[in-house]
Design a protein around this ligand. Structure first.
Ligand code: G3P
Ligand code: CA
Length: 339
């Protein structure tokens, strides 16, 4: 076996190792939310590479589907906010309006493009006013496929000498099922093809839709995480968490459900972590962002919404509350606060 193939085989084995072997169990994992998306356009090779360089344990690809059934990495299937599709005259006629998850949305949709067509587009920063440094990288990267993200994690595991896990999220699963593009089956097949479908592999599969996770459970043994928005607190009551534990390994709540804000300051933790532990669930809150705009007023520094506030206080409060992982657009800062 030549050196390249040998390194790749070793890295595949590392990615498929037990989390207990891979990580210091006393430390929460840092999940790079859409890569290091505070500093590079989200869901790009550059964002994932920077996240790994900064010490992230897992990289997060959100997944949608193309017309020809390929899993590609975007936060939503409408791509005008994060690509240059609007500047491509050859695709002007593809602009349309659809109802996705009950909301009317106008734009260009991944399921109306083949993978070859999508690969002609380039990624852009979603929040250029807030993240002008990241916006300087507009146009540098193509939309990655899920397979390319898996390959990147394997290659980087070999290069860094530490395993990099993947944390894919199925986006709009009910919608994709309705147009005969079932995302659960495509994801389960991709994980199996890459020898990553076991319960001990460094993979967490996430969704906001419980039915989608239950469907996926019939196809793969990969660990599951139920996402919960701040508008669904009943899902993380003690009884709600017991229900989640019947099919998932963990819960991914909005971080305000763990550390609520009171009068513009961080309040004491809720019982979510203790209740989850009692139910046998890990807790991986999302999404910690450094800019003033996303922080409680007492943690902001200055009046510029783009300036960084005291985000370290949020990480430290979450770690002190006993979470087992945290999603952040700034993995460097999550690693630093972890110590
Ligand atoms: O997956 C955790 C978090 O990413 C959920 O929110 O909208 O950023 O995918 P979203
Ligand atoms: Ca996500």
């Amino acid at each position: 076996m030549d050196l390249t193939r040998r390194a790749f085989a070793l890295s595949s084995a590392a990615l498929a190792a037990s989390p207990a072997m891979a990580f210091d169990a006393r430390k929460p994992i840092v999940i790079a939310h859409r890569g290091a998306s505070g500093e590079r356009p989200e869901h790009t090779r550059a964002a994932y590479l920077l996240a790994i360089e900064q010490g992230a344990d897992f990289i997060e690809p959100d997944l949608v589907l193309t017309k020809d059934g390929h899993l590609v990495v975007r936060h939503e299937n409408e791509i005008s906010g994060t690509t240059d599709v609007a500047a491509h005259p050859e695709f002007a006629a593809r602009k349309t309006a659809k109802v996705i998850d009950g909301e009317r949305i106008e734009g260009w949709f991944t399921e109306d493009f083949t993978l070859d067509e999508l690969k002609t587009l380039r990624a852009r920063e979603r929040l250029p006013q807030l993240r002008p440094v990241s916006a300087k990288f507009d146009g540098c990267d193509a939309i990655p496929t899920f397979q390319e993200v898996i390959d990147l994690a394997k290659q980087q595991s070999a290069c860094c000498g530490r395993p990099i896990g993947i944390y894919p999220e199925m986006k709009h699963p009910a919608y994709f099922a309705s147009i005969h593009l079932p995302i659960e089956r495509r994801l389960a097949e991709a994980l199996t093809r890459n020898n990553l479908g076991g319960v001990h592999d460094l993979v967490f599969v996430q969704s906001f839709e419980p039915e989608s996770l239950r469907n996926f459970q019939a196809m793969s043994q990969a660990k599951l995480v139920q996402l919960v928005g701040a508008d669904r607190p009943e899902m993380v009551s003690a009884d709600g968490l017991k229900r989640i534990a019947s099919y998932a390994h963990g819960v991914g709540p909005d971080w305000s459900l763990v550390i609520p804000t009171q009068g513009g300051a961080l309040g004491p933790p809720t019982s979510l972590v203790a209740d989850a532990r009692a139910a046998g669930l890990q807790v991986h809150p999302w999404t910690v962002r450094a800019e003033n705009r996303f922080l409680p007023t007492s943690l902001r520094k200055g009046a510029d919404p783009a300036a960084h506030g005291d985000v370290g206080a949020v990480f430290k409060a979450l770690y002190a509350a006993g979470v087992q992982g945290v999603f952040s657009d700034f993995p460097r800062l999550a690693v630093k606060a972890r110590g």
